[in-house]
Design a protein around this ligand. Structure first.
Ligand SMILES: *Cc1c(COP(=O)(O)O)cnc(C)c1O
Length: 354
């Protein structure tokens, strides 16, 4: 397969999935596999399901569409756009919501399609991304939803550590179960789901602090990189190198570390600065800012350092490496979550599942 390519190790990936299923099931939590980081790739989504994920979740309807043939429920993670409610009802079984207008539109779309679309109402516990913030507004909205024929309220959910960096704790998640109980009593209904967040909620399982009523988590990074994301710890028994980048060397030369001539702007309008380290062995890899940010890459050969990047060129310093590189060789990099997302999104990067 042509370079640059992202190489995905199926066995390692599946081990991560199985390990997380094991962790969640011990706490009676139904885990869902979040597919957005790999753009809803069907082969990888199937590994989620084979490994025991109970449902699939994505923030983009185009990705959810790709998962149509996989026989588990699909959850739309991002609040639906009113302009896409027909597709959301068609391809997703459940969506996360916080806006009355959208829920009403979903209901109309569902009635048209002779379906009932399931809704999880999002509560903002302080991270300040999506969700209802003012508690009294929750009850007003529940009342309205219960009168709509095309949608069914199945529970409440929250999302933390995404915008505000707020860490899920027993106290903030307990608010979610309190709200659920209040709604169940006030409206005399039963709600099945309490969706307690993403990979940043996993640490509560480990410390035994996960509120009992939380029965669903939506996991992305924990599956792909084996990381709980509240503190950034590696989860025991998982791999952090299921996804790797391989880029090809197109030039390899010894050059000084300081550019010659007067320094103006670089390709992105910034004035670069340099440290003189004398002559260095520099390699150019055929990948660039269009596909990846250098901050998202860690060279696997830890004696390599990344010097810089323009749209289509990645410059690395291989002076300290014990490996003898030559033009045409591949250089391997580990990648963080943001990097995997960018590489999987770039049509210039091949995807090789091994
Ligand atoms: C992306 C996302 C997730 C998954 O987050 P991870 O940190 O990758 O586990 C869960 N819920 C929502 C609403 C999301 O947007």
């Amino acid at each position: 397969m042509s370079y640059p390519k992202i190489i995905i190790n199926k066995d390692k990936f599946k081990k991560n999935v199985e390990r997380l299923v094991e962790i969640c099931e011990k706490s009676n939590i139904s885990p869902g596999g979040v597919t957005k980081v790999f753009c809803g790739n069907e082969e990888l989504a199937k590994i989620y399901v084979e490994g025991g994920m109970r449902f699939l979740a994505d923030s983009r309807i185009q990705n959810i569409k790709r998962l149509y043939d996989i026989p588990v429920p699909k959850l739309m993670l991002r609040l639906p756009q009113i302009s896409e409610v027909d597709e959301v009802v068609k391809y997703a079984d459940i969506s996360l919501n916080s806006e009355q207008e959208t829920i009403e539109s979903l209901s109309i779309a569902a009635i048209k399609q002779k379906k009932v679309h399931d809704i999880i109402l999002m509560i903002d516990l302080g991270d300040l991304r999506e969700g209802i913030f003012a508690e009294d507004k929750i009850y007003d909205l529940v009342k309205i939803i219960l009168n709509l024929k095309g949608v069914r309220l199945i529970g409440f959910g929250t999302n933390l550590t995404c915008y505000g960096g707020v860490i899920p704790r027993k106290d903030n998640l307990n608010r979610l179960s309190t709200i659920k109980k209040k709604v169940e009593e006030e409206f005399n209904i039963q709600l099945e789901i309490l969706s307690g967040g993403n990979s940043s909620s996993l640490h509560l399982i480990e410390t035994g602090e996960m509120p009992e009523e939380i029965n669903q988590l939506r996991l992305g990074e924990a599956l792909v990189l084996g990381r709980e994301t509240a503190f950034g710890h590696q989860i025991s028994g998982t791999n952090n190198d299921c996804f790797k980048l391989a880029a090809e060397i197109i030039e390899l030369k010894e050059k000084p570390s300081l550019p010659l001539g007067e320094i103006g702007m670089d390709a992105f309008g910034r004035k670069p600065t340099f440290i003189d380290k004398g002559n260095r062995k520099r390699a150019i890899c055929a990948i660039g800012k269009q596909d990846i940010d250098i901050d998202d890459l860690i060279p696997e050969d830890n004696s390599i350092s990344i010097i810089g990047e323009s749209s289509d060129h990645l410059i690395i310093d291989i002076t300290e490496s014990n490996t003898i590189y030559k033009v045409g060789d591949e250089v391997l990099f580990n990648i963080n979550y943001g990097g995997i997302l960018k590489l999987m999104t770039s049509e210039y990067v091949s995807k090789e599942i091994i």
